[in-house]
Ligand binder design. Structure first.
Ligand code: LIP
Length: 273
């Protein structure tokens, strides 16, 4: 039986090692291996993932690994545990020197439930942690979600959903949330967005097409801070991509109902990218 605290210790060590490597090499932040119209893949993404994978495989040689930079996880390992790693979440921010990015590490059971999670933001030296056995913490101190109970008072973090469903107008979700809430913010690093929800600095988070490695750690951290997280839809033909929300719990159903029509379009669309 693997002890949850050992899993959490390894998640912390991994997130800190990956994050510190990126931070201490930020002079190379613009060295790009791939550039698309709205995204980049950096040399440092690959290096940091290698460091993360090395620590995990040394500590738990039988565990499986899924990382953003190599999505075909090592299925050869028949493991009860899957490590889900985003070595640099907020890559575009990082590449510009905008200090809102982090390393996100989660370990999941066979059903995809996160057991232990660590998110490390080197610039602010913030380490967010949680496990099934432990409350959400920031640098060792317990954190909890906000008490906001009305959508009109809520600040919601989101991403820009320009390519999710072709039968919805561009930015449909961001606009829909903006009209219903006090403010929408697009900060650019989903794992850290979720940690801000957990810390009560934002009331909710939603993205229509976010990847497993962006939310696996932060989703548990929100829940263990007293909030709620929920997968709303899977994006077809993209096994690791989904519509996902997390809130302080109090506004959960309100935000969900605002998103309902758009989510129905995702579920009904045969033309997802
Ligand atoms: C990014 C996010 C960002 C989100 C993007 C993207 P990456 O992750 O966390 O907030 O809007 O969809 O997935 O690529 O920087 O690891």
């Amino acid at each position: 039986m693997t002890d949850t605290s050992k899993l959490l210790d390894c998640a912390i060590e991994t997130a800190q090692a990956a994050g510190r490597h990126a931070a201490s090499n930020c002079s190379r932040r613009a060295n790009t291996v791939l550039r698309t119209s709205h995204d980049v893949k950096l040399e440092l993404d690959l290096e940091c993932q290698k460091i993360a994978a090395g620590i995990i495989s040394e500590t738990f040689p039988d565990h499986s690994f899924l990382g953003e930079e190599n999505t075909g996880h090592n299925a050869s390992k028949d493991s009860r545990f899957l490590w889900v790693v985003d070595p640099i979440d907020g890559t575009v921010n990082f590449s510009h020197g905008f200090p809102f990015w982090c390393s996100s590490v989660a370990v999941q059971d066979r059903k995809g439930n996160t057991i232990a999670a660590a998110v490390f933001a080197p610039h602010t030296d913030e380490l967010y942690t949680a496990s099934l056995d432990e409350q959400a913490k920031l640098n060792g101190s317990t954190i909890s979600v906000s008490k906001t109970s009305q959508m009109t008072d809520a600040m919601i973090l989101t991403g820009l959903d320009q390519d999710i469903v072709s039968n919805l107008p561009p930015m449909y979700f961001a606009k829909t949330i903006a009209l219903a809430s006090q403010k929408v913010r697009v900060a650019g690093a989903a794992a850290l967005d979720l940690c801000r929800v957990a810390a009560g600095q934002s009331d909710g988070y939603f993205e229509a097409g976010i990847f497993t490695w962006d939310i696996a750690a932060g989703g548990l951290i929100v829940e263990k801070a007293g909030g709620k997280s929920e997968m709303l839809a899977k994006i077809s033909n993209q096994p690791h991509r989904k519509a996902f929300m997390a809130t302080n719990g109090r506004i959960h159903e309100m935000l969900k109902s605002i998103l309902k029509d758009g989510i129905a379009s995702i579920q009904g669309s045969k033309d997802q990218h």
